[in-house]
Design a protein around this ligand. Structure first.
Ligand SMILES: *[C@@H]1O[C@H](CO)[C@@H](O)[C@H](O)[C@H]1NC(C)=O
Ligand SMILES: *[C@@H]1O[C@H](CO)[C@@H](O)[C@H](O)[C@H]1NC(C)=O
Ligand SMILES: *[C@@H]1O[C@H](CO)[C@@H](O)[C@H](O)[C@H]1NC(C)=O
Length: 501
């Protein structure tokens, strides 16, 4: 015991000695800096110690730079939101020298996107929009083509992102724009392929009598031929390309050829890990179909339903947990558990149900993700997620445990486990999560024109966070570009997906 005290005392004295040393050194350095900066500089400094004034200028510059940085330092706030702001400022100040000039709104443009001028058949033409004149893009100032409603809207991410890029070129672009379209590909951070793949799947998967393959398949074939023939694709092997495939069944054919690109997806449920993975790709939210709860004045007590679930029943995979949970929960008095899709039972009914429930269940179905989570967030109904393989949008900057309850499937199907857990969450804890839901709900709103911090801006930011990794891989891949990979017979070998990344 005595020995321990002695040694800790030693550490304390050492520590204080070290502090004293640091402090005095700092004082010494500071006094030098002040000496150097004073306008009546003693002659001997200029002559002997600092023979040229260049160094002085450098020091002065460094000091004023540090001072000006302090001016724009963001105040301390919530981490998840702050991270983006810091990143924004870092990247904008690194691309432009910033001498204490106040940031104007233009400083926010950081992601430069080159977009292929694909024929309208791949994008707005799928919305029955007809081009006028030579342009392949609609004139957003005269009319914004509308996306079909209903279930199609869930996967409309492709549409909102493309609109946002086009809007960045308007004479009076919207204020919120993290991404801008550039026409010079060598200035681009990423190359966007504007194919409305989800819409193409939803609307053109049927095969007519006289057709060999669906229009959706045919479009994908042409897309692969077009994109892989571009010099931009050849230069990077596709690594710096960005493709939206939000519907789990969209791009089924083309993705096997276009996989080096970064995909924007809803989840990885139907993807082999070498074709899509967390490292390379971006997870985007679904566009919710339940109306956002505006002016939500509800309280723990005013939401009568404890737990709400409305969804389809599946026989395979996730279906097991759904049926199991149904039998466990069906007799609980304040639980709403019903099969049948939200659509079939009326959106108005589901909106009412979710807006008047404390917790909303999200059980994995035939894919790990579903629209229901985003419906719950828009309803400020605390999501209870039972989906072991779910990937969540922006999870690198957002802590979902602040506003969601996660339960492992193996636990959820234990008798009384789930209902006990939910009932154990009291008013205070629930209210905290409900408040946090209102803070984050904007991250899941799609709209045109896009607004600060909405889903469109959040997705572009998530893409921007992938850019350094893409560059790293691209540069690494060029190390031996003078000497192509050869096998024993001296033939050039095409890298396989396994060792590509
Ligand atoms: C941070 O979050 C807390 C609670 O979640 C909230 O009370 C506070 O206003 C937030 N601060 C900022 C700067 O957003
Ligand atoms: C494209 O950008 C590069 C690099 O900034 C520049 O060297 C080149 O001249 C530009 N090309 C055109 C056509 O503006
Ligand atoms: C709405 O919900 C109620 C009760 O939950 C149900 O009786 C009714 O049939 C539902 N309406 C529709 C259109 O499904």
């Amino acid at each position: 015991m005595a020995e321990r005290n002695a040694s800790s005392l030693l550490i304390v004295t050492r520590k204080s000695l070290f502090c004293l040393f640091t402090f005095t050194s700092l004082l010494f350095i500071l006094s030098w800096v002040f000496l150097l900066r004073s306008s009546t500089r003693p002659q001997f400094i200029d002559n002997t110690l600092l023979p040229n004034s260049k160094l002085l200028a450098v020091i002065d510059h460094a000091i004023s730079a540090a001072e000006s940085q302090n001016d724009v330092e963001p105040s301390v706030g919530n981490r998840s939101i702050l991270v983006d702001k810091e990143e924004e400022e870092k990247s904008s100040s690194s691309s432009r020298p910033n001498h204490g000039v106040k940031c104007d709104t233009n400083e926010k443009e950081v992601l430069k996107v080159f977009m292929y001028d694909l024929p309208p058949e791949f994008h707005f033409g799928l919305l029955d929009w007809k081009p006028e004149g030579a342009t392949v893009w609609p004139d957003l100032q005269s009319k914004v083509p509308s996306y079909p409603g209903g279930l199609n809207l869930q996967h409309s991410i492709e549409y909102w992102l493309t609109l946002d890029l086009l809007a960045s070129e308007l004479p009076n672009p919207p204020n919120a724009r993290f991404a801008i379209r550039v026409r010079n590909v060598s200035q681009a951070d990423i190359i966007f392929v504007p194919f409305f793949s989800s819409l193409s799947y939803n609307r053109f998967s049927k095969i007519d009598l006289h057709q060999k393959k669906s229009n959706n398949k045919a479009l994908q074939d042409i897309l692969v031929k077009y994109v892989t023939a571009q010099k931009e694709w050849k230069a990077s092997g596709g690594r710096d390309h960005l493709i939206v495939a939000h519907h789990p069944n969209s791009l089924l054919d083309a993705r096997m050829k276009l996989w080096p690109a970064t995909f924007i997806l809803s989840d990885f449920g139907r993807y082999p890990p070498n074709v899509a993975n967390v490292e390379k790709d971006v997870i985007a939210p679904y566009n919710h179909v339940i109306k956002t709860f505006v002016n939500d004045l509800s309280t723990f007590e005013s939401r009568p339903t404890l737990l709400y679930f409305q969804g389809a029943i599946y026989r395979k995979d996730g279906g097991f947990a759904r049926q199991e949970l149904f039998y466990l929960l069906k007799d609980e008095k304040d639980v709403h558990f019903a099969f049948g899709t939200v659509q079939k039972n009326g959106i108005r009914n589901a909106t009412k149900g979710m807006h008047s429930s404390k917790f909303c269940l999200n059980i994995a179905g035939d894919t790990p993700s579903s629209n229901r989570l985003f419906d719950a967030i828009a309803s400020h109904c605390v999501p209870v997620i039972i989906s072991d393989d779910i990937e969540l949008p922006y999870e690198d900057v957002l802590d979902y445990s602040e506003f969601c309850i996660f339960v492992r499937t193996s636990d959820a199907v234990k008798k009384n486990y789930l209902i006990k857990l939910i009932r154990s969450i009291g008013r205070d804890e629930w209210t905290r999560m409900w408040k946090r839901l209102q803070e984050v709900q904007n991250f899941y709103e799609f709209q045109y024109p896009s607004k600060d911090g909405d889903a469109v801006q959040m997705i572009w930011k998530a893409v921007a966070r992938k850019v350094p990794g893409i560059r790293l891989k691209l540069h690494k891949s060029r190390r031996y570009s003078r000497a192509p990979i050869q096998n024993e017979k001296g033939l050039t070998r095409i890298p396989s997906p396994k060792n590509f990344w």
